[in-house]
Design a protein. Structure first.
Length: 382
């Protein structure tokens, strides 16, 4: 029997309280929140819109003193690239990212197949300078970066584990409440669905040798979630509560919420995105397939229904020469993109010549403007 609305709200609240009681906050939370508070005050005073961009993958530690953990594929390309386009669109950006994943601006020179030293040379005076062919692009990136830094438009926060991510998201969202309709939450991080609760986690490194197996130092009556049995490693994860509902209803009730839906099976994508939109009742779900995510995404929203955003056909791929050929074949930072087909059957190769985020973010900014206007009409204020 389905529960009533208030029953499911009570359950969601109980799950939230249980999760955050049992899984303690990261040590850096206080300092992150102090920085965020100052950042928000500065930009709300100036009437600026603020985007919280989440980026990169969360880890699931198997031991308290962590040697082993589960991870996912995300390099943070979507988040770091999107943050740059939000800044270009006039937003201040809180960039909540997985530590050591891609960062806005520096992403152009990190995580690819060449070393950053390949961009440099020694001049006749023995000083290190940027090679001639890289000057125009590096000057462009450096100018943008310097402007953003001078104006304090970008706040960079980091997480590693799923629990760190959820604590940071919840507390930063609550701080952003006064920004109201002028805030957008852009949830591009790849968030773990399963995890090891703190009270089912062993303290020390899981031993592979049977002579040294302990497996008994957790505080729960259930066995440790990750343990050895004989020669096998058993991993018995529990579901991470879905916090999107809490974000929409409780943590950031007046802001625009954009979530991503990642699938690998094209036949599921739109259905799953529509399901998420109905379930969480937020503003926009952006569906993407693992294999084609740099070429096409689908927007699913109550405002505009289903709308595909695609890199224009004439600008699909970079020419495969020199370093670009290497990047194209390896699929950049995360090894994809070659020998693939769009959902409409056309082939894709290499890297797209246009970053799809340059098309995604202006669409979102326009939707955001409409939502702000609606909010002003309804409430007389943002
Ligand atoms: O970083 P890149 O390599 O560029 O890759 C980008 C990306 C593919 C990771 C990105 O575009 C993307 O799709 N991110 C979302 C991945 C994801 O977590 O999808 P999901 O289908 O598992 O979750 C859907 C939504 O539910 C997410 O908005 C997530 O915040 C939310 N969720 C997920 C897990 C969880 N325990 N609670 C949640 O609320």
């Amino acid at each position: 029997m389905a529960g009533s609305g208030s029953d499911s709200e009570a359950t969601a609240e109980a799950l939230e309280s249980q999760y955050f009681t049992n899984n303690p906050p990261p040590l850096s939370l206080h300092s992150h929140l102090a920085l965020t508070q100052a950042f928000i005050e500065r930009h709300t005073d100036q009437g600026r819109r603020i985007a919280l961009v989440t980026s990169g993958g969360t880890t699931v530690p198997l031991e308290n003193q962590t040697v082993r953990y589960l991870d996912n594929f995300s390099a943070g390309t979507r988040g770091a690239t999107s943050a740059e386009y939000f800044l270009e669109a006039g937003y201040a950006v809180v960039f909540l990212h997985r530590q050591f994943s891609l960062l806005p601006y520096s992403r152009h020179y990190s995580h690819n197949t060449s070393s950053f030293l390949d961009y440099m040379k020694e001049d006749q005076d023995g000083r290190v300078v940027v090679q001639e062919q890289h000057q125009p692009e590096m000057v462009r990136v450096l100018r943008e970066y310097t402007h953003v830094k001078k104006q304090n438009l970008l706040l960079i926060l980091s997480f590693v584990t799923i629990t760190e991510y959820l604590w940071e998201l919840r507390e930063v969202a609550k701080l952003m409440r006064p920004v109201g309709a002028k805030a957008v939450f852009y949830l591009a991080a790849a968030v773990s669905d399963f995890f090891v609760p703190k009270d089912r986690m062993v303290e020390h490194k899981i031993q592979s040798s049977e002579e040294f197996q302990a497996n008994g130092d957790n505080t729960n009556s259930k066995p440790p979630a990750a343990r050895t049995e004989g020669k096998s490693l058993i991993i018995d994860l529990e579901p991470v509560p879905k916090f999107l509902k809490q974000l929409v209803d409780g943590w950031a009730p007046n802001s625009m919420i954009v979530s991503f839906k990642l699938e690998t099976d094209p036949s599921m994508l739109v259905r799953k995105a529509q399901y998420a939109l109905e379930k969480y009742q937020h503003h926009l779900v952006i569906g993407n397939l693992l294999s084609t995510r740099k070429w096409e995404v689908v927007f699913v929203s109550a405002m505009d229904g289903e709308k595909w955003i695609r890199v224009p056909p004439s600008r699909r791929t970079k020419s495969l020469s020199g370093i670009e050929a290497l990047v194209g074949r390896a699929g950049g930072a995360d090894g994809d993109g070659s020998e693939l087909k769009h959902s409409d059957g056309r082939a894709m190769q290499g890297e797209p010549a246009v970053e799809i985020e340059s098309l995604i973010i202006p669409e979102i900014a326009a939707m955001h403007s409409r939502l702000i206007r609606e909010s002003v009409r309804e409430k007389g204020t943002v």
